[in-house]
Write a protein that binds this ligand. Structure first.
Ligand code: ZN
Length: 484
């Protein structure tokens, strides 16, 4: 028995050593590196070691506009760009960025006479964005011209407008594009226009109509008259109402581009900053208006918002069954908090931290329904109501998000609901860099509800080789989930 165990151990050691060799041999081949979309000639010397892309020292630093000095006697590298200073030592996992120690998982090293340094670490320290496309072994580095080295400071803002019993959501994407989704009922058009003007909006890049019900398109004519609208995105569902007809005439007069999106269509994307706007559901042939609702997702830097329009539980189930729903930070509940939407199964899959309910005070429909509020509570999310709070503004950036309003309070409720439990991070290891994307915290979970939960343990997310990596947390598919 003991002998057998020994053989097993020997076999295991042998096989893992073999795998490591294969891994490195494969890694040395065919990586393409692009900087601001132009292919870098040092690509041919790049290699992957333990999941980290290493590139020639001068190629990367000079490509990113940094000055670099190599000290042969101390085997150290000093680089600087603007106010950023980076220091590395061959074979050392400890580096310095602006004098502060930063631990990296794979050190700078000399391979076949070339000094190689970790691409992502260097690029990000110099303020560039890095995307890795595993299928094509391509690294894309984006460095905006003339930038300082500070992180971008960008954010995505989502304004859930208080339009009484109706819907209107204004999004300022992180790439600067403006998007209005629905415009509330007719008598709220002026209010929507005034609100956008108060934000300094002059032009809408996208005006989206989730479906042609009056509580969503009523204010569209006012909006089209007040602003330049580049692209109108419709559900494709035709309606016979006067409101719908007036909207079509106003679009025609405005001369906007008119599109009816297909499910999964990305309307706007800037991969260099992980910003997107997409349509995850559409059905122009639906018999009922609500069933034709466009479902829209928008995000920035691994923070996602899902807007359900008036989609009902059948559509929610369809989206869950076809894996179209990934976890989001903020959800605008379907159909104004009606019990025709927001099923528990759907909420469990979308796993929002905050749910926005857009409805009018004392409405005739009893929105929001108690069962929806119960479901929201069951999944541990906070509810927010436009009827109680007025317009609600969510600001999302790479560190998380904020919502400027108080939580929903049920009538008669005097105390705030108990806070959402914060995942307890496992004790920090004494060695190793928890920001490396590859470091495994002993005893930590290997599955996280969302990026906020993951970052409580792994502040910079995890790479695809990590046991806690799940592709659903890697929206941009660059092999690094929940990265900052
Ligand atoms: Zn509605």
């Amino acid at each position: 028995m003991r002998f057998l165990k020994m053989v097993m151990v020997v076999l295991l050691v042998f096989s893992s050593a073999t795998f490591a060799k294969v891994d490195e041999a494969q890694a040395a081949s065919n990586i393409s590196i692009f900087l601001n979309d132009s292919k870098q000639s040092y690509s041919n010397k790049a290699m992957i070691k333990n999941g980290v892309t290493l590139v020639p020292l001068r190629g990367i630093f000079e490509g990113l506009g940094a000055n670099v000095n190599w000290n042969a006697s101390t085997k150290t590298i000093d680089a600087s760009k603007g106010s950023t200073k980076i220091w590395l030592k061959i074979g050392s996992k400890t580096t310095k960025v602006n004098g502060k120690n930063v631990t990296i998982s794979v050190p700078a090293q000399i391979v076949n006479g070339s000094t190689l340094v970790p691409l992502r670490f260097i690029s990000e320290a110099l303020g560039a964005q890095v995307n890795w496309v595993p299928t094509t072994k391509t690294v894309k580095i984006y460095m905006s011209k003339g930038t300082s080295t500070a992180p971008s400071g960008k954010s995505m803002k989502v304004h859930f407008l208080d339009v009484g019993q109706g819907d209107s959501t204004f999004i300022q994407l992180a790439d600067g594009k403006t998007v209005l989704i629905d415009a509330g009922p007719t008598n709220q058009g002026d209010k929507v226009v005034a609100y956008l003007k108060s934000l300094g909006v002059k032009k809408l890049d996208y005006l989206i109509s989730t479906h042609p019900d009056a509580d969503h398109i009523g204010g569209m004519v006012d909006v089209l008259n007040a602003f330049e609208v580049a692209t109108f995105v419709g559900s494709g569902k035709v309606h016979t109402s006067k409101t719908y007809e007036n909207t079509l005439l106003a679009i025609q007069a405005e001369g906007s581009k008119f599109i009816i999106p297909t499910p999964g269509q990305i309307l706007e994307q800037d991969r260099s900053i992980n910003s997107y706007l997409s349509v995850i559901y559409s059905d122009p042939d639906a018999a009922e208006n609500n069933d034709a609702s466009l479902v829209i997702a928008a995000g920035y830097c691994s923070q996602d918002v899902l807007l359900m329009g008036d989609a009902d539980v059948a559509i929610e189930s369809k989206l869950v069954a076809t894996n179209k729903i990934s976890e989001v930070e903020i959800l605008k509940a379907g159909h104004h908090g009606s019990n025709t939407s927001s099923s528990l199964g759907f909420l469990k899959t979308a796993s929002p931290e905050a749910v926005i309910l857009s409805y009018g005070e004392n409405n005739d429909y009893g929105h929001p329904h108690q069962s929806v509020l119960t479901n929201i509570k069951t999944v541990g999310a906070k509810a927010f109501s436009t009827a109680q709070a007025g317009t609600i503004v969510a600001t999302l950036n790479c560190n998380g998000y904020t919502i400027d309003s108080k939580e929903f309070k049920a009538p008669g409720e005097t105390v705030q609901p108990t806070p959402v439990p914060v995942p307890t991070p496992s004790p920090k290891p004494s060695t190793g860099d928890v920001n490396s994307g590859t470091y495994v915290v002993a005893g930590a979970a290997t599955s996280f509800k969302n990026c906020t939960a993951m970052r409580a343990v792994y502040p910079s997310g995890v790479k695809s080789s990590h046991p806690a990596y799940e592709s659903k947390h890697d929206r941009d598919n660059d092999g690094w989930a929940c990265e900052k």
